[in-house]
Design a protein around this ligand. Structure first.
Ligand code: HEM
Length: 203
């Protein structure tokens, strides 16, 4: 018996909504820490960063679901929707903390989006995630048809690349973390393209 079987048995017992609860609790906890001085001297900036980083991590985990199943047999497919939607809500929280608590003016929000390339790229990633979030439900799959729905959900890949470019662009000086995110995401996109080409060649 492979190791993936007992892991999948345990995973089947965990309801997918656990992901929403854990992410929501973490988001509220971070906000609370920000309010009570637990996030240092610049709580708004720290909160913005915490939300942005977890959003990117969840996007990577979402992209890893299929390779993980193909390579190891560990099946996280049941959790993919919850992972993707939680990533979207965290990007939304990241955006709202920035716009409402940090920038605090609608006019300046627009100016910043247009003026700062790293914000423009982040915004583009966010915009790409909106149709994905709106159609992450069974009704949309039925209405759009599975093939169209799958095509639409390929937007996950450019959204993740843009999210990582946004991170790389905003850091000052050389930092390894954003490079790792970008490298992993580009690797996963390349893998996806390779698998697609192979399945086309075999068809
Ligand atoms: C998929 C979308 C997005 C992802 C994955 C993302 C991710 C991130 C990450 C990882 C960071 C750095 C965190 C750290 O330093 O530890 C960050 C910072 C930042 N993001 Fe985003 N972001 C996204 C969208 C946006 C949007 C839509 C905006 C605003 C329009 C935005 C504005 C910012 C700003 C201003 C910072 C820098 C905060 C600072 O001053 O340090 N991001 N983001």
């Amino acid at each position: 018996m492979s190791l993936s079987q007992p892991i999948n048995t345990v995973l089947r017992k965990i309801p997918a909504w656990t992901i929403y609860i854990v992410c929501a609790a973490w988001t509220v906890w971070m906000f609370y820490l920000g309010l009570t001085g637990g996030l240092g001297v610049e709580p708004i900036n720290a909160l913005e960063r915490e939300y942005g980083e977890l959003a990117l991590k969840l996007m990577v985990v979402g992209l890893l679901v299929t390779p993980l199943r193909n390579w190891t047999g560990v099946n996280l497919l049941r959790f993919r929707r919850a992972i993707g939607l939680s990533a979207f809500f965290l990007v939304l929280a990241h955006f709202l903390v920035w716009a409402v608590l940090d920038v605090q003016s609608l006019g300046r929000v627009w100016t910043e989006i247009v003026k700062r390339p790293y914000v423009t790229v982040g915004m583009l990633a966010f915009v790409l995630l909106i149709p994905l979030a709106l159609t992450s439900n069974d009704l949309s799959i039925r209405k759009l048809g599975a093939a169209t729905w799958r095509k639409l959900h390929k937007l996950t890949y450019p959204a993740a690349v843009l999210g990582a470019v946004h991170y790389l662009w905003l850091v000052k000086g050389f930092q390894i973390e954003p490079l790792i995110y970008l490298g992993v995401i580009i690797g996963l996109v390349a893998l996806r393209v390779k698998w697609k080409q192979r399945s086309r060649a075999m068809a």
